[in-house]
Ligand binder design. Structure first.
Ligand SMILES: NC(=O)c1ccc[n+]([C@@H]2O[C@H](COP(=O)([O-])OP(=O)(O)OC[C@H]3O[C@@H](n4cnc5c(N)ncnc54)[C@H](O)[C@@H]3O)[C@@H](O)[C@H]2O)c1
Ligand SMILES: [Zn+2]
Ligand SMILES: [Zn+2]
Length: 364
Protein backbone atom coordinates (compact mmCIF):
# COMPACT_ATOMS: atom_id res chain seq x y z
CA UNK A 1 0.00 0.00 0.00
CA UNK A 2 1.00 3.62 -0.34
CA UNK A 3 1.63 5.81 2.70
CA UNK A 4 3.65 8.89 3.69
CA UNK A 5 6.83 8.94 5.70
CA UNK A 6 9.68 11.23 6.77
CA UNK A 7 12.88 9.90 5.22
CA UNK A 8 16.46 10.84 6.04
CA UNK A 9 18.59 10.28 2.94
CA UNK A 10 21.94 10.98 4.58
CA UNK A 11 23.87 12.78 7.33
CA UNK A 12 23.15 16.50 7.46
CA UNK A 13 19.99 16.24 5.33
CA UNK A 14 16.54 17.48 6.33
CA UNK A 15 13.73 14.99 6.92
CA UNK A 16 11.97 14.58 3.58
CA UNK A 17 8.24 13.79 3.73
CA UNK A 18 7.36 11.65 0.72
CA UNK A 19 4.94 9.08 -0.61
CA UNK A 20 6.33 5.62 0.06
CA UNK A 21 5.30 2.04 -0.61
CA UNK A 22 4.74 0.00 2.53
CA UNK A 23 5.13 -3.79 2.42
CA UNK A 24 2.23 -6.01 3.46
CA UNK A 25 2.70 -7.52 6.94
CA UNK A 26 4.59 -10.81 6.61
CA UNK A 27 4.69 -13.73 9.02
CA UNK A 28 4.53 -12.45 12.62
CA UNK A 29 4.20 -8.83 11.49
CA UNK A 30 1.55 -6.21 11.99
CA UNK A 31 0.68 -2.99 10.20
CA UNK A 32 0.15 -0.10 12.59
CA UNK A 33 -1.59 3.15 11.67
CA UNK A 34 0.48 5.70 13.59
CA UNK A 35 -1.55 8.31 15.46
CA UNK A 36 1.22 10.09 17.35
CA UNK A 37 5.00 10.03 17.52
CA UNK A 38 7.37 11.97 19.75
CA UNK A 39 10.36 13.92 18.47
CA UNK A 40 13.05 12.22 20.57
CA UNK A 41 16.56 13.62 20.46
CA UNK A 42 17.88 10.16 19.51
CA UNK A 43 16.51 10.48 15.96
CA UNK A 44 18.53 13.66 15.62
CA UNK A 45 21.77 11.72 16.23
CA UNK A 46 21.15 10.11 12.82
CA UNK A 47 20.89 13.58 11.27
CA UNK A 48 24.13 14.82 12.86
CA UNK A 49 25.94 11.55 12.18
CA UNK A 50 26.70 11.09 15.90
CA UNK A 51 24.98 7.70 15.70
CA UNK A 52 25.81 5.42 12.74
CA UNK A 53 22.62 4.58 10.89
CA UNK A 54 21.62 2.77 7.71
CA UNK A 55 20.49 5.18 4.96
CA UNK A 56 17.98 5.91 3.62
CA UNK A 57 15.95 5.74 6.81
CA UNK A 58 12.39 6.34 7.94
CA UNK A 59 12.92 7.78 11.43
CA UNK A 60 10.88 7.62 14.61
CA UNK A 61 10.85 5.17 17.50
CA UNK A 62 8.44 6.80 19.99
CA UNK A 63 4.97 6.09 18.64
CA UNK A 64 1.46 4.86 19.32
CA UNK A 65 -1.35 3.85 17.01
CA UNK A 66 -3.86 1.24 15.97
CA UNK A 67 -3.21 -2.19 14.51
CA UNK A 68 -4.73 -2.15 11.03
CA UNK A 69 -3.77 -5.54 9.66
CA UNK A 70 -1.88 -8.62 10.83
CA UNK A 71 0.20 -11.14 8.93
CA UNK A 72 0.02 -14.91 9.32
CA UNK A 73 1.05 -16.32 12.69
CA UNK A 74 0.26 -13.18 14.71
CA UNK A 75 -1.28 -14.06 18.08
CA UNK A 76 -0.61 -11.16 20.43
CA UNK A 77 -2.73 -8.45 18.83
CA UNK A 78 -5.63 -8.08 16.42
CA UNK A 79 -6.87 -5.35 14.07
CA UNK A 80 -8.37 -2.49 16.07
CA UNK A 81 -6.03 -2.89 19.07
CA UNK A 82 -4.36 0.27 20.33
CA UNK A 83 -0.63 -0.14 20.84
CA UNK A 84 2.58 1.55 21.91
CA UNK A 85 5.53 0.69 19.67
CA UNK A 86 8.73 -0.44 21.37
CA UNK A 87 12.32 -0.69 20.24
CA UNK A 88 14.47 -3.44 21.82
CA UNK A 89 11.51 -5.85 21.69
CA UNK A 90 11.85 -8.66 24.23
CA UNK A 91 11.68 -12.28 23.03
CA UNK A 92 10.65 -13.39 26.53
CA UNK A 93 12.85 -16.49 26.67
CA UNK A 94 16.52 -15.54 26.27
CA UNK A 95 18.83 -15.41 29.29
CA UNK A 96 18.37 -11.66 29.76
CA UNK A 97 14.59 -11.75 29.36
CA UNK A 98 14.43 -14.65 31.81
CA UNK A 99 16.38 -12.71 34.44
CA UNK A 100 14.31 -9.53 34.24
CA UNK A 101 16.49 -7.64 31.80
CA UNK A 102 14.21 -7.76 28.80
CA UNK A 103 15.40 -4.29 27.73
CA UNK A 104 18.67 -6.09 26.95
CA UNK A 105 16.98 -9.01 25.16
CA UNK A 106 19.74 -10.97 23.47
CA UNK A 107 17.54 -11.71 20.49
CA UNK A 108 16.76 -8.00 20.04
CA UNK A 109 20.45 -7.18 20.33
CA UNK A 110 21.42 -9.80 17.78
CA UNK A 111 18.83 -8.50 15.39
CA UNK A 112 20.42 -6.81 12.42
CA UNK A 113 18.97 -3.28 12.66
CA UNK A 114 18.25 -1.89 9.28
CA UNK A 115 17.84 -5.36 7.79
CA UNK A 116 14.08 -5.00 7.91
CA UNK A 117 13.17 -2.59 5.13
CA UNK A 118 9.39 -2.20 5.12
CA UNK A 119 9.38 1.04 3.10
CA UNK A 120 10.26 1.73 -0.51
CA UNK A 121 10.71 5.12 -2.22
CA UNK A 122 12.56 6.44 -5.29
CA UNK A 123 13.13 2.80 -6.25
CA UNK A 124 15.07 2.02 -3.06
CA UNK A 125 14.31 -0.15 -0.03
CA UNK A 126 14.30 1.94 3.13
CA UNK A 127 15.18 0.93 6.68
CA UNK A 128 13.30 2.08 9.78
CA UNK A 129 14.71 3.46 13.04
CA UNK A 130 14.70 0.71 15.66
CA UNK A 131 12.91 -1.40 13.03
CA UNK A 132 9.88 0.79 13.82
CA UNK A 133 9.82 3.89 11.60
CA UNK A 134 7.08 5.82 13.38
CA UNK A 135 7.61 9.01 11.34
CA UNK A 136 5.05 7.57 8.92
CA UNK A 137 1.29 7.41 8.55
CA UNK A 138 1.63 3.64 8.88
CA UNK A 139 4.42 1.13 9.41
CA UNK A 140 4.95 -2.62 9.44
CA UNK A 141 6.70 -4.12 12.47
CA UNK A 142 7.13 -7.43 14.24
CA UNK A 143 4.30 -8.19 16.67
CA UNK A 144 7.04 -8.26 19.33
CA UNK A 145 7.42 -4.50 18.82
CA UNK A 146 3.95 -3.59 20.09
CA UNK A 147 2.41 -3.47 23.55
CA UNK A 148 -1.38 -3.35 23.65
CA UNK A 149 -2.93 -0.53 25.68
CA UNK A 150 -6.46 0.50 26.67
CA UNK A 151 -8.42 2.45 24.07
CA UNK A 152 -9.09 5.47 26.26
CA UNK A 153 -5.44 6.55 26.53
CA UNK A 154 -4.76 9.56 24.28
CA UNK A 155 -2.32 8.57 21.53
CA UNK A 156 0.03 11.51 22.10
CA UNK A 157 0.44 10.62 25.77
CA UNK A 158 0.79 6.92 24.93
CA UNK A 159 3.45 7.57 22.29
CA UNK A 160 5.84 8.93 24.92
CA UNK A 161 5.74 5.58 26.73
CA UNK A 162 7.63 4.28 23.70
CA UNK A 163 10.79 6.08 24.80
CA UNK A 164 10.96 9.35 26.78
CA UNK A 165 8.90 8.29 29.78
CA UNK A 166 10.14 4.72 30.09
CA UNK A 167 13.79 5.71 29.56
CA UNK A 168 13.72 8.68 31.93
CA UNK A 169 11.53 7.22 34.67
CA UNK A 170 13.44 3.93 34.63
CA UNK A 171 16.78 5.75 34.81
CA UNK A 172 15.81 6.99 38.27
CA UNK A 173 13.74 4.07 39.55
CA UNK A 174 15.60 1.05 38.16
CA UNK A 175 19.07 2.17 37.16
CA UNK A 176 19.92 4.81 39.76
CA UNK A 177 17.85 2.73 42.22
CA UNK A 178 16.69 5.86 44.03
CA UNK A 179 15.46 5.12 47.53
CA UNK A 180 13.30 7.18 49.92
CA UNK A 181 15.30 10.12 51.23
CA UNK A 182 17.94 10.00 48.50
CA UNK A 183 19.21 13.19 46.92
CA UNK A 184 19.12 13.17 43.13
CA UNK A 185 20.42 15.48 40.43
CA UNK A 186 19.21 15.30 36.82
CA UNK A 187 21.42 17.07 34.28
CA UNK A 188 19.42 17.90 31.15
CA UNK A 189 15.73 18.18 31.90
CA UNK A 190 14.31 17.69 28.41
CA UNK A 191 11.84 15.07 27.17
CA UNK A 192 13.73 12.20 28.78
CA UNK A 193 15.33 13.92 31.80
CA UNK A 194 12.03 15.40 33.01
CA UNK A 195 10.83 11.82 33.44
CA UNK A 196 13.85 11.06 35.60
CA UNK A 197 12.61 13.95 37.75
CA UNK A 198 9.19 12.26 37.90
CA UNK A 199 10.78 8.88 38.63
CA UNK A 200 12.96 10.26 41.41
CA UNK A 201 9.88 11.80 43.06
CA UNK A 202 8.04 8.47 42.86
CA UNK A 203 10.92 6.67 44.42
CA UNK A 204 10.69 9.03 47.41
CA UNK A 205 13.69 11.26 46.77
CA UNK A 206 14.40 14.10 49.17
CA UNK A 207 16.16 16.66 46.97
CA UNK A 208 15.56 16.50 43.22
CA UNK A 209 17.81 19.04 41.55
CA UNK A 210 17.17 19.65 37.86
CA UNK A 211 19.94 21.23 35.82
CA UNK A 212 19.11 22.77 32.47
CA UNK A 213 20.49 25.69 30.52
CA UNK A 214 16.99 26.60 29.27
CA UNK A 215 14.65 28.57 31.55
CA UNK A 216 11.49 26.82 30.28
CA UNK A 217 12.92 23.41 31.21
CA UNK A 218 13.82 24.62 34.70
CA UNK A 219 10.31 25.97 35.22
CA UNK A 220 8.79 22.71 33.94
CA UNK A 221 11.10 20.65 36.14
CA UNK A 222 9.69 22.41 39.22
CA UNK A 223 6.13 21.67 37.99
CA UNK A 224 7.09 18.00 37.53
CA UNK A 225 8.41 17.58 41.06
CA UNK A 226 11.96 18.93 41.18
CA UNK A 227 12.74 20.66 44.48
CA UNK A 228 15.34 22.90 42.83
CA UNK A 229 16.19 23.93 39.28
CA UNK A 230 19.50 25.50 38.33
CA UNK A 231 21.24 26.49 35.10
CA UNK A 232 24.63 24.85 35.47
CA UNK A 233 26.49 21.88 36.94
CA UNK A 234 28.56 24.31 39.03
CA UNK A 235 25.42 25.75 40.63
CA UNK A 236 24.13 22.23 41.28
CA UNK A 237 27.40 21.34 42.98
CA UNK A 238 27.18 24.32 45.33
CA UNK A 239 23.52 23.70 46.04
CA UNK A 240 24.07 20.03 46.83
CA UNK A 241 27.08 20.75 49.03
CA UNK A 242 25.07 23.31 51.05
CA UNK A 243 21.93 21.21 51.39
CA UNK A 244 23.46 17.81 52.16
CA UNK A 245 26.17 18.74 54.67
CA UNK A 246 28.66 17.93 51.92
CA UNK A 247 27.32 14.40 51.37
CA UNK A 248 26.32 15.36 47.81
CA UNK A 249 23.86 13.43 45.63
CA UNK A 250 23.14 9.72 45.91
CA UNK A 251 22.39 9.68 42.20
CA UNK A 252 23.22 11.81 39.18
CA UNK A 253 21.45 11.20 35.87
CA UNK A 254 23.00 12.67 32.73
CA UNK A 255 20.36 13.31 30.08
CA UNK A 256 21.57 16.30 28.06
CA UNK A 257 20.85 16.17 24.33
CA UNK A 258 24.32 15.01 23.27
CA UNK A 259 26.54 13.13 25.71
CA UNK A 260 30.08 14.38 26.30
CA UNK A 261 32.82 12.33 27.94
CA UNK A 262 34.58 15.61 28.73
CA UNK A 263 31.99 16.51 31.38
CA UNK A 264 31.59 13.06 32.88
CA UNK A 265 33.98 13.75 35.77
CA UNK A 266 32.01 16.87 36.74
CA UNK A 267 28.80 14.85 36.77
CA UNK A 268 30.30 12.03 38.85
CA UNK A 269 31.60 14.75 41.24
CA UNK A 270 27.99 15.70 41.99
CA UNK A 271 27.59 12.36 43.76
CA UNK A 272 28.98 11.47 47.16
CA UNK A 273 30.59 8.23 48.36
CA UNK A 274 28.83 5.15 46.91
CA UNK A 275 26.89 7.46 44.60
CA UNK A 276 25.59 6.27 41.23
CA UNK A 277 25.85 8.13 37.93
CA UNK A 278 23.53 7.00 35.15
CA UNK A 279 24.45 8.05 31.63
CA UNK A 280 21.25 8.27 29.59
CA UNK A 281 22.57 10.69 26.98
CA UNK A 282 23.86 9.16 23.77
CA UNK A 283 27.34 10.49 22.94
CA UNK A 284 28.89 10.64 19.47
CA UNK A 285 29.92 7.05 18.62
CA UNK A 286 33.28 8.29 17.38
CA UNK A 287 34.22 9.75 20.76
CA UNK A 288 35.99 7.26 23.00
CA UNK A 289 37.52 9.24 25.86
CA UNK A 290 36.18 10.45 29.19
CA UNK A 291 37.59 12.92 31.68
CA UNK A 292 37.25 11.35 35.12
CA UNK A 293 39.48 11.18 38.17
CA UNK A 294 39.62 7.41 38.34
CA UNK A 295 41.47 7.26 41.66
CA UNK A 296 38.78 9.30 43.43
CA UNK A 297 36.11 7.26 41.67
CA UNK A 298 37.61 4.03 42.99
CA UNK A 299 38.26 5.31 46.48
CA UNK A 300 34.71 6.60 46.89
CA UNK A 301 33.20 3.33 45.67
CA UNK A 302 31.08 5.01 43.05
CA UNK A 303 29.03 3.40 40.30
CA UNK A 304 28.79 4.46 36.67
CA UNK A 305 25.93 2.94 34.71
CA UNK A 306 24.71 3.02 31.14
CA UNK A 307 21.04 3.15 30.23
CA UNK A 308 19.10 1.12 27.70
CA UNK A 309 15.40 2.00 27.78
CA UNK A 310 15.58 2.89 31.47
CA UNK A 311 16.08 -0.75 32.41
CA UNK A 312 12.31 -1.19 32.06
CA UNK A 313 10.50 -4.42 31.29
CA UNK A 314 8.02 -3.07 28.77
CA UNK A 315 5.30 -5.66 29.41
CA UNK A 316 5.38 -4.87 33.11
CA UNK A 317 6.19 -1.18 33.04
CA UNK A 318 3.99 0.23 30.28
CA UNK A 319 0.82 -0.98 32.08
CA UNK A 320 2.34 0.14 35.41
CA UNK A 321 3.06 3.65 34.09
CA UNK A 322 -0.46 3.88 32.66
CA UNK A 323 -1.88 2.96 36.08
CA UNK A 324 0.16 5.78 37.64
CA UNK A 325 -1.06 8.14 34.90
CA UNK A 326 -4.70 7.27 35.56
CA UNK A 327 -4.28 7.90 39.27
CA UNK A 328 -2.68 11.27 38.55
CA UNK A 329 0.74 10.20 39.85
CA UNK A 330 2.46 10.46 36.47
CA UNK A 331 2.17 13.42 34.12
CA UNK A 332 2.01 12.47 30.44
CA UNK A 333 -0.22 15.03 28.71
CA UNK A 334 1.74 17.86 30.33
CA UNK A 335 4.96 16.60 28.68
CA UNK A 336 3.70 17.73 25.29
CA UNK A 337 4.51 21.36 24.57
CA UNK A 338 3.46 21.44 20.92
CA UNK A 339 2.04 19.12 18.26
CA UNK A 340 3.03 19.18 14.61
CA UNK A 341 1.90 17.57 11.37
CA UNK A 342 4.28 15.12 9.68
CA UNK A 343 5.05 17.84 7.12
CA UNK A 344 6.23 20.09 9.97
CA UNK A 345 8.80 17.60 11.26
CA UNK A 346 11.82 19.81 10.51
CA UNK A 347 10.14 22.71 12.32
CA UNK A 348 9.57 20.38 15.28
CA UNK A 349 13.25 19.46 15.44
CA UNK A 350 14.27 23.11 15.01
CA UNK A 351 12.07 23.92 18.02
CA UNK A 352 13.73 21.09 19.99
CA UNK A 353 17.14 22.58 19.26
CA UNK A 354 15.89 26.06 20.17
CA UNK A 355 14.79 24.71 23.58
CA UNK A 356 11.13 25.54 22.95
CA UNK A 357 9.67 22.11 23.70
CA UNK A 358 9.66 19.81 26.66
CA UNK A 359 8.50 17.34 24.02
CA UNK A 360 7.23 18.00 20.53
CA UNK A 361 4.85 15.36 19.13
CA UNK A 362 3.68 14.71 15.58
CA UNK A 363 -0.07 14.06 15.60
CA UNK A 364 -1.46 12.31 12.49
N1 LIG B 1 19.72 5.46 26.63
C1 LIG B 1 18.53 5.40 26.05
O1 LIG B 1 17.89 4.35 26.00
C2 LIG B 1 17.97 6.67 25.47
C3 LIG B 1 16.62 6.74 25.09
C4 LIG B 1 16.13 7.97 24.65
C5 LIG B 1 16.96 9.07 24.55
N2 LIG B 1 18.27 8.95 24.88
C6 LIG B 1 19.16 10.10 24.84
O2 LIG B 1 18.86 10.96 25.92
C7 LIG B 1 19.30 12.27 25.59
C8 LIG B 1 18.19 13.25 25.89
O3 LIG B 1 17.14 13.07 24.95
P1 LIG B 1 15.88 14.08 24.95
O4 LIG B 1 14.95 13.59 23.90
O5 LIG B 1 15.42 14.29 26.33
O6 LIG B 1 16.59 15.44 24.43
P2 LIG B 1 16.05 16.93 24.64
O7 LIG B 1 16.73 17.75 23.61
O8 LIG B 1 14.57 16.94 24.74
O9 LIG B 1 16.59 17.32 26.09
C9 LIG B 1 17.94 17.58 26.37
C10 LIG B 1 17.98 18.68 27.42
O10 LIG B 1 19.32 18.91 27.81
C11 LIG B 1 19.48 20.30 28.02
N3 LIG B 1 20.91 20.59 27.94
C12 LIG B 1 21.72 20.53 26.85
N4 LIG B 1 22.99 20.81 27.19
C13 LIG B 1 22.98 21.03 28.53
C14 LIG B 1 24.00 21.32 29.49
N5 LIG B 1 25.28 21.45 29.12
N6 LIG B 1 23.64 21.47 30.77
C15 LIG B 1 22.34 21.34 31.15
N7 LIG B 1 21.35 21.05 30.30
C16 LIG B 1 21.67 20.90 29.01
C17 LIG B 1 18.62 20.94 26.94
O11 LIG B 1 18.30 22.27 27.24
C18 LIG B 1 17.42 20.01 26.94
O12 LIG B 1 16.41 20.47 27.82
C19 LIG B 1 19.73 12.21 24.11
O13 LIG B 1 21.13 12.06 24.05
C20 LIG B 1 19.02 10.97 23.62
O14 LIG B 1 19.65 10.41 22.50
C21 LIG B 1 18.79 7.78 25.35
ZN1 LIG C 1 14.99 -12.03 25.03
ZN1 LIG D 1 14.01 7.97 22.10
Amino acid sequence: MSTRAAILWGVGEKWSVEDVDLAEPGFGQVRVKIHATGLCHSDDHAVTGDMPTPFPLVGGHEGAGVVEAVGPGVTRVAPGDHVVLIFQPPCGHCRNCARGRSNLCLNAALQDYGAAKPFKARGRDIAATGDLGTFADATVVSERCVVKIAKDVPFAAASLLGCAVTTGWGAAVYLAEVEPGDNVVVIGSGGVGINSVQGARHAGANLVVAVDTVELKRRKALEFGATHAVASVEEAKELLAENTDGRMADAAILSVGVGDGGILGQIVDLTGPAGTTVVTSVSPFASTSVDLNLALFTLSQKTLRGNVYGGVQVHRDIPLLLDLYRQGHLKLDELITKTYTLDQINEGYADMHAGKNLRGVIAF
